[in-house]
Write a protein that binds this ligand. Structure first.
Ligand code: ADP
Ligand code: MG
Length: 703
């Protein structure tokens, strides 16, 4: 089989040998030819362009110059000895400096009136002028002037590799040796149809061009081909998974929309549903009567009304003789859901229960019994729902709110709460970009609520520096006089917990000085308080007994106080974008104009500035998520739970959305015609898919 070539151990490559091979394995996890070939450059330098000395500025990462050496000298002694060559072209002069190998280089480079050199390196500004230390330097010859017409790959390496002369040039040399061996020995892994449809170059050609591009057009083609195949096989994996699951797990058929749903919809709904809510409720309903087990992600911006969508679908479960449950990540949030939902369902006489960690043993026992007898129809709670003692008579729909806080294993637990897996509706707390959703949740169906309930006044967001704190306090006073309530939030980062608590307490004290008793009441809530003390303070604020709530991000998730209309975020530069957006979502829930004030110090990096600007510019969670992904990268954004699927080698979810869409649609098309990849047309794909899965640890996942 020709794939033997790709599986050849790296030590067989000319110039590698056992010792270097060992290093390559340890440092870069390069074991075989295929690993080296797929060790792609992280960027390219344009060796077609020659700069003039006078064009050099601090923004240029690398420059290539052509000119003469007009002077050389050895400067300093022993340790500090360095070799300095003065380089000149028509436009000016520049010093080239070597600290290491000074003696050796001094013998190679001589001042000369006619000989020309090509110099390549990174200019640095020192003592009022530019110089280049340790440049690449070569005499101009036919060879290097033709060579200089190519884009040159730059590879990441490590310090350990560099001292063994496996720097970027060293890797390039190995790639040169390896690509020279490529000759009809790289099997194609895509089908002709796919290749033709997207005008993909062959895999073989792509490997050559990615390391040694002939020109920018060929490089683009190689990148496109390799990104496409990477995304294609990830999507194939996810969608096959989905197909297998759909075949394996039959779903309860909720065939009717009955009394509960209709009564609630016609008589007890407090507001008109938005069109987006209606559409999404319908999508979910159709899914739940299809005979397949539903695994659906419900995305919607903060305040878009996901809870109502969940509630209406739970009623459908009840109408079909099933129970439903809603699981939230925190006790506060579970309580809040319980209160709103049981309140709304009161006229329907539905038995709604609440199960959280703080429930007493006796109360729990009652709940457990009622669940088993079927008397309790809807259960709302926290992680406590996952426990094995929690058994239902007939659970049909599981709703999980604020998805990212629960892991896969926890979701799996909910699958086993009935003889047949219940339908799963997963509600995401923060919008995530579509590309990320398609990868992280590529095996789920997705519904999006892309519309906020009417009549909401967009929150006004401003950025203020610490120096204008007095004015901010003044504004807060005005708002309190109007009867509003205010959140003041402090960051709490694990690494600097102590400092953060100090900031929080200092902040609290200064606020109580500016807003003194008895005119003002200030609540404080943070992670080091006991649960009941926290709850008490929360409740005082919820009831309107306090005007200001000073808190760490414990309030990040979910609480709903419509009268709170100002959110002040301290040290806002220390929060990520999605967190800032979440926090801002705590206000703007009532009829009043709401405000978000981002406080930062004057020392603000480029990223920090961009985050503040983005928050001030837009309220659109999906847009914010896009910027967030560009800043942080998809892996960081998704957290660690499922980052396995995000170990992308060449594709970039922040940039390659179109390729991802194309690849996913192609996979859908192929699987709809040939679900088991049995047609000869798809044999390349099937073969590669099988090897891919036998090589790697199985990351098959449940919903
Ligand atoms: P989220 O999507 O962030 O979970 P919620 O479900 O908590 O949002 O809804 C936010 C607020 O909007 C709640 O007070 C809810 O009652 C209200 N709401 C939901 N849907 C509508 C609607 N169609 N019209 C008016 N208000 C609505
Ligand atoms: Mg919510």
């Amino acid at each position: 089989m020709s794939s033997n070539f790709l599986n050849t151990p790296i030590e067989y490559l000319k110039s590698v040998g056992p010792q270097k091979a060992e290093l390559l394995k340890k440092e870069l996890r390069i074991f075989k030819y295929t690993d080296l070939l797929t060790y792609y450059p992280f960027r390219y330098v344009d060796r077609t362009k020659f700069y003039k000395v006078k064009e050099i500025n601090a923004d240029l990462p690398y420059v290539q110059l052509r000119g003469k050496i007009v002077n050389t000298e050895m400067v300093g002694v022993k340790r500090t000895q360095r070799f300095v060559a003065t380089f000149a072209d028509e436009s000016g002069k520049l010093e080239l400096v070597w600290f290491q190998g000074a003696k050796w280089i001094s013998e190679k480079i001589k001042p000369h009136f006619t000989n020309e050199y090509i110099v390549f390196g990174k200019p640095t500004y020192f003592n009022g002028k530019f110089n280049i230390s340790h440049p690449e330097i070569e005499l101009v010859s036919d060879e290097n002037t033709t060579f200089a017409s190519a884009l040159q790959a730059v590879y990441n390496t490590t310090e350990k590799l560099k001292v063994r002369s496996i720097d970027t040039k060293g890797i390039a040399r190995m790639q040169k040796a390896l690509t020279a061996l490529i000759k009809n020995n790289i099997p194609e892994i895509l089908s002709n149809t796919v290749k033709e449809r997207f005008h993909l170059i062959s895999r073989e050609e792509a490997f050559k061009q990615i390391h040694f591009p002939q020109n920018p057009e060929m490089l683009k083609k190689a990148e496109f081909r390799l990104k496409f195949e990477e995304l294609f096989f990830i999507q194939l994996k996810l969608l096959k998974q989905k197909g297998i699951r759909e075949k394996t797990y039959k779903g309860f058929v909720f065939s009717k929309v009955g009394g509960y749903f209709n009564d609630f919809y016609n008589n007890h709904l407090m507001f008109e549903l938005t069109n987006a809510q209606k559409r999404v409720i319908k999508e979910i309903r159709l899914d739940m009567c299809s005979g397949k087990q539903m695994n659906r992600l419900l995305q919607g911006d903060v305040g878009s009304g996901k809870t109502m969508v969940a509630l209406m679908n739970m009623l459908i479960a009840l109408d079909n003789g099933f129970q439903a449950c809603l699981m939230a990540p925190t006790e506060i949030l579970a309580n809040q859901h319980y209160e709103t939902i049981s309140e709304q369902l009161k006229p329907l006489n539905i038995n709604v229960g609440l199960l959280t960690g703080s429930k007493k043993v006796k109360q729990r026992r009652i709940i457990h019994e009622q669940l088993q007898s079927g008397e309790m129809q809807i259960l709302i709670g926290t992680h406590a729902l996952l426990e094995d003692v929690v058994q239902f008579k007939n659970i049909g729909l599981v709703v999980i709110d604020e998805q990212h806080r629960f892991g896969v294993a926890q979701r799996a637990k909910m699958w086993n709460k009935n003889t047949q897996a219940p339908h799963m509706l997963i509600m995401s707390a923060t919008p995530i970009p579509r590309t990320l959703a398609m990868t992280l949740y590529g095996d789920l169906d997705v519904s999006v609520i892309d519309e906020l309930p009417p009549g909401r006044k967009p929150i006004q967001t401003v950025h203020r520096y610490d120096s204008s704190r007095d004015r901010v306090f003044g504004f807060m006073k005005e708002q309190i006089e109007l009867g509003r309530q205010i959140y003041v939030v402090y960051p709490l980062i694990k690494e600097s917990e102590k400092m953060d608590y100090k900031d929080l307490i200092d902040g609290y004290e200064s606020i109580t000085r500016v807003f003194p008793l008895p005119d003002y009441q200030v609540s404080i809530v943070h992670g080091q308080m006991k649960a009941d003390a926290k709850e008490y303070e929360m409740q005082r604020f919820v009831k309107g007994e306090t005007q200001i709530m000073v808190a760490t991000t414990v309030i990040e998730v979910g609480v709903n106080v419509p009268n709170a209309s100002v959110m002040v975020i301290e040290s806002a530069e220390r929060f990520g974008l999605s967190q800032l957006h979440q926090l801002r979502g705590r206000v703007g829930r009532g009829a009043d104009q709401s405000y978000c004030i981002l406080m930062t110090s004057h020392k603000l990096g480029t990223d920090g500035k961009l985050r503040m600007e983005t928050m001030v510019r837009t309220n659109d969670g999906f847009e914010i998520a896009d910027v967030d992904m560009k800043l942080r990268g998809p892996g960081d954004m998704a957290g660690t739970i499922q980052s396995g699927v995000l170990d992308l080698n060449i594709a970039d979810l922040a940039k390659d959305g179109q390729i991802l869409h194309a690849a996913r649609n192609m996979v859908i098309e192929i699987l709809s015609e040939d679900p088991n990849l049995e047609q000869s047309e798809n044999s390349n794909i099937a073969y590669h898919f099988a090897t891919m899965n036998s090589n790697k640890t199985n990351w098959s996942r449940i919903s």
